[in-house]
Every structure is written in structure tokens, then in C-alpha cells.
Design a protein around this ligand. Structure first.
Ligand code: ZN
Length: 157
């Protein structure tokens, strides 16, 4: 953070943590599709489509990988482009299970290089390091809907 800039709000840190966590979930578990997200203060919840209950060890690795990315202090890029440009570059990786209306022609893209990409209009931290850290508090798997819910808190570094 440069001088004179305000530190990000806790909600901004928690929201950005969702993207970092998603990258870790993709890497460790191979889960691709976000079903829903929730942010309140320092608490967040990421729900992804997944075909089985992950082991506690896998979820520990998810937390480790997410925090490794935070420690890297990687740039968090926000890009704006047409939907066609974004799809040509990243395909349907920019989308979630909840659809973007066809009327949306320009998209803002959240991009953490080699980690996570998503169409997203929220506010983000400038780097992953500004998140501080992620603690996975619990996870719940709902086999009937093939949904994995991961509850976490952002913590100060
Ligand atoms: Zn976002």
C-alpha cells in the first residue's frame, strides 16, 4: 500500500479472500463452479459444486495453499473488457453457477495471475497480502445437492 491510501475495509479483505480460496479449492480439489458466496465482516462462506466429501487433510491443504498465495503478496488485477474478449481469453472460467444476464456486454474481471479469474464487480484489495490471512473454520458437504460449503474468517497477518 502506498502512502496516503486508506487500508482496505474488512469486507473488502473478506471478499478478496473468496477469490484466493476459490483458487486453492480449484487446485487442491479440482472444484470449478461457485454456487454462492457470502460475506459479513471478517466472516465469509464459499459454496462450490463438488462430487464428494473432501477429507480434513484436503481441507487443511486448501487453507495452506490459500495462505501461501496471500504470503506471496500477488497483485490482484481488475480488468474491464467486452464479454467476448474475456471469453476468448479465459472461456467459461470467468463464470459461476449463477448466470450473468445476456444484456451484460462489458465485464469487469478479477484476475490473480495463474490462480483465479472471475467476472466480478465488487471491490478488491490491491494485493493478496492485504487480506492478512485465512482460517477455515468449518466445512459442510451436502451430498444431495453436491455442494461444499467452506466457512472462513480473515485474520490479521
Ligand atoms: Zn470479487
Amino acid at each position: 500500500m502506498s502512502m496516503g491510501e486508506r487500508p482496505p475495509s474488512v469486507e473488502t479483505r473478506t471478499h478478496t479472500a473468496l477469490h484466493v480460496l476459490k483458487g486453492a479449492v480449484q487446485r487442491v480439489l479440482g472444484a470449478r463452479w461457485t454456487a454462492s458466496v457470502y460475506v459479513k465482516g471478517s466472516h465469509g462462506r464459499l459454496t462450490v459444486r463438488y462430487h464428494r466429501r473432501p477429507t480434513p487433510e484436503e481441507m487443511e491443504r486448501v487453507e495452506e495453499e490459500a495462505n501461501r498465495k496471500i504470503e506471496e503478496d500477488a497483485p490482484v488485477e481488475e480488468l474491464e473488457m467486452t464479454r467476448e474478449e474475456a471469453e476468448a481469453r479465459w472461456g467459461d472460467a470467468i463464470y459461476d453457477l449463477f448466470p450473468l444476464p445476456p444484456s451484460v456486454r462489458r465485464v469487469r474481471i478479477l484476475h490473480i495471475r495463474d490462480w483465479s479469474v472471475n467476472a466480478c464487480r465488487e471491490t478488491h484489495t490491491r494485493t493478496t497480502g492485504e487480506i492478512g490471512g485465512i482460517r477455515v473454520r468449518r466445512f459442510r458437504y451436502r451430498p444431495s445437492r453436491e455442494l461444499l460449503e467452506i466457512s472462513f474468517d480473515v485474520v490479521d497477518a
